[in-house]
Design a protein around this ligand. Structure first.
Ligand SMILES: [Zn+2]
Length: 278
């Protein structure tokens, strides 16, 4: 990994077989060397009992806190915001809230749903997000779990979604997030072949600056205690990562379908939702 100072920006280069280039602001460079990527899905103005819906006012409290954390010298974690799926609430509620605070988030889009599935963004909204300076990445074509895909399906999910985003937005797309957080060696090789230089998972862990090819994220739940998680020297994240690894092993042992039934029961998932089980 290499870091270069360039004017008042830092260029960080890290490589596997691919090269990743990241501009890091002076504020970021002065902060701790680790980030915590946070994963949101849908925002709603009213409180919801569903696990992966965040109340809009709560999201605003979160990003107010992130703004504060980023502007103070701290040895804690630097917060980064990401959204999966491309829900219309990302455009309606998250975009204005982020813009008013000068914050940039990453939005990972299920490309086959764009302009097709009710409740999700169309190309007009996505172009507006991109033109506003928000970062767009792919979240597959159909939200299929990539570990269940044939080689042909994998190419479709990864390459087709990337090409479509690039054509419609007129920009290079090099990041993606994994539907359901699922991956294995075959999936990661297919991501590399498709041209992605960073792949975002649902493994809750802190990441160095700049992160490597695989980037962990914390799935935001109702009971998340952000001040504790982002503070210096906390052990909560390590515990969450251990729990995640145990659940991942259970999925492998039980199989996806049986695990998903248990997960839906435990997490009050909406019957028709396509949320990412962590
Ligand atoms: Zn998803």
């Amino acid at each position: 990994m290499l870091n270069y100072a360039c004017g008042n920006q830092y260029i960080a280069l890290s490589g596997n077989r691919t090269l990743h280039l990241e501009l890091v602001s002076e504020e970021r460079a002065r902060h701790s060397q680790h980030s915590l990527y946070l994963l949101y899905h849908e925002l709603r103005p009213l409180r919801s009992e569903y696990s992966y819906v965040c109340e809009t006012a709560q999201f605003e409290r979160h990003i107010d806190y992130f703004f504060q954390v980023r502007n103070e010298e701290s040895r804690g974690l630097w917060p980064e915001v990401t959204f999966d799926d491309g829900h219309i609430s990302n455009y309606e509620f998250a975009l204005p809230a982020l813009q008013s605070r000068g914050l940039v988030a990453r939005f990972f889009i299920t490309v086959g749903w764009t302009g097709k599935k009710p409740g999700f963004m169309g190309w007009r909204e996505l172009r507006s997000m991109h033109e506003s300076g928000q970062l767009i990445g792919a979240h597959g074509w159909s939200h299929a779990l990539l570990t269940n895909c044939t080689q042909e399906d994998l190419d479709n999910e990864l390459s087709r979604s990337r090409s479509m985003l690039e054509d419609k937005l007129g920009t290079s797309i090099t990041t993606m997030s994994l539907p359901g957080g699922r991956y294995n060696h075959t999936v990661l090789e297919a991501c590399r072949r498709a041209g992605y230089t960073q792949v975002f998972t649902s493994v809750p862990r802190a990441e160095r600056v700049p992160p490597g090819f695989l980037v962990g994220r914390l799935n935001i739940r109702d009971d998340v205690r952000l001040r504790k998680l982002l503070g210096p020297g906390n052990r909560t994240l390590a515990r969450l990562e251990r729990q995640y690894r145990i659940k991942a092993a259970a999925k492998t042992f039980m199989g996806d379908r049986l695990y998903e039934k248990f997960w839906a029961l435990l997490n009050k998932r909406e019957p028709d939702s396509d949320e990412d089980g962590d």
